[in-house]
Design a protein around this ligand. Structure first.
Ligand SMILES: Cc1cc2nc3c(=O)[nH]c(=O)nc-3n(C[C@H](O)[C@H](O)[C@H](O)COP(=O)(O)OP(=O)(O)OC[C@H]3O[C@@H](n4cnc5c(N)ncnc54)[C@H](O)[C@@H]3O)c2cc1C
Ligand code: SF4
Ligand code: SF4
Ligand code: SF4
Length: 350
């Protein structure tokens, strides 16, 4: 018989994350490791997680990282339970909706149906959250995503629209919890942000589990490098200064809408493939499978949103907002849902 060793296995610290994720080119700059580190030893510098003081090997950074596991199968069971039915392309959801915000002032500023902004404003105004962690815009650098804590309707609305470049939203959790002492937070993010939150809950990181009370996930195919897409292509090639850029969209092509012009300029997605952030090539989640509610433009026409309510609290929020006529509702057509599955499937099962 082999004698049992009394020695505990050696704890793994930041070097484990560095070797397996950062140096391996898998990091998607979600900011999860920076938010998770209890002693503030990690900072994202130029979007790269960097050790800024001695690591005490508590293991929270790598246990929170969405890239440290390849197989998300067990996480579906842990989050949704044994009996939940999982759609192979879209994950577990209770209801699918086509929705748009009834408030035109929100819809006009929003990316699609103004559903994300609408949910956050409603959660805030009904006292269910004290603030939201989301992606705003750097006031000195137009279109530069800036992780932010928003505690007013004005701040939430100002953050609407999609920036298709990296935003490490989770770093703003530090400010929300530690500095501003918020106790009930909604978090908006791409699938990698939401995966990190679920990993933190299971780590378990109690301060995150207690305070992040609602998650809103966006559909996401990829993000692009800022310099290549925004500076070299849009500013230098297309001649659109970023302060004059009204909207960016992805509908089969990258659509660039300068202010005061109705027709978009078009960039073939094939050309844009060279500017995709390398960490996105390792991503297998299109529709933010672990959020309370997931929202995207694919699957619904025009300024409507496709909305998947996954958790019980996600479904009850959407139902409450439809009943209060804050959201306009249409049945989502089966063929549109199938189209959405076809968009999601190559990413989920390449
Ligand atoms: C990087 C990225 C890729 C996407 N890819 C797809 C796609 O392939 N197919 C699809 O159907 N939909 C995609 N979406 C989602 C889509 O663009 C809309 O965000 C979604 O339909 C919600 O629309 P809305 O009008 O409800 O949002 P709004 O009410 O306008 O709110 C948008 C919210 O997005 C957040 N946000 C903006 N930029 C970022 C960012 N870079 N990272 C994290 N959060 C951000 C803001 O905090 C804001 O709260 C993507 C979004 C992003 C950010
Ligand atoms: S989270 Fe823990 S293991 Fe990671 S860098 Fe911080 S102290 Fe080290
Ligand atoms: S993917 Fe997120 S959690 Fe993992 S190393 Fe990169 S920033 Fe940190
Ligand atoms: S493709 Fe994946 S890794 Fe890249 S931003 Fe979207 S969710 Fe994150």
């Amino acid at each position: 018989m082999i004698p049992l060793s009394k020695e505990k296995p050696e704890k793994l610290g930041f070097e484990h994350l560095e070797a397996n994720v950062i140096d391996a080119g898998k990091c998607c700059s979600c900011g999860g490791c920076e938010a998770a580190c209890p002693i503030g030893a990690i900072e994202l510098q130029n979007l790269r997680p960097t050790l800024v003081k001695e690591c005490n090997k508590c293991e929270f950074c790598w246990k929170s990282c969405p890239r440290m596991i390849d197989d998300y199968g067990p996480l579906y069971t842990e989050v949704f339970g044994e009996d939940a039915t999982r759609d192979p392309a879209l994950g577990v959801y209770r209801q699918a909706y086509a929705l748009r915000n009834a408030d035109e002032s929100i819809r006009k500023r929003a990316q699609d149906g103004g559903i994300v902004t609408g949910m956050l404003v409603h959660l805030l105004e009904t006292g269910k959250i004290e603030g939201a962690v989301l992606s705003g815009v750097d006031p000195d650098n137009p279109w530069h995503p800036l992780p932010q804590v928003a505690t007013t309707r004005k701040e939430i609305v100002a953050a609407s629209k999609s920036r298709y470049t990296r935003s490490p939203n989770l770093v703003a959790l530090k400010e929300a919890i530690k500095d501003r002492k918020l106790k009930q937070i909604a978090l908006v993010g791409t699938p990698c942000h939401i995966q990190a939150i679920q990993r933190m809950r299971l780590a378990p990181l109690k301060r995150i589990d207690r305070t992040v009370v609602f998650t809103i996930g966006l559909f996401c195919s990829e993000t692009f490098k800022f310099d290549e897409l925004m500076q070299q292509k849009i500013v230098d090639d297309l001649g659109v200064p970023l302060k004059n850029l009204r909207k960016l969209d992805i509908k089969g092509k990258l659509l660039v809408y300068p202010r005061g012009v109705k027709e978009s300029l078009k960039i073939p997605l094939k050309e844009a493939q060279d500017w995709v952030d390398p960490g996105c090539h390792h991503c297998r989640d299109f529709s933010s499978d672990f959020a309370d509610v997931s929202v995207g433009g694919a699957g619904t026409p025009g300024k409507w949103s496709t909305v998947l309510a996954r958790s019980e609290q996600g479904e009850s929020l959407i139902e409450e907002m439809i009943a209060a006529k804050l959201f306009l509702h249409e049945e989502i057509e089966a063929e549109n849902l199938d189209r959405l599955r076809r968009i999601a499937a190559p990413k989920v099962n390449p």
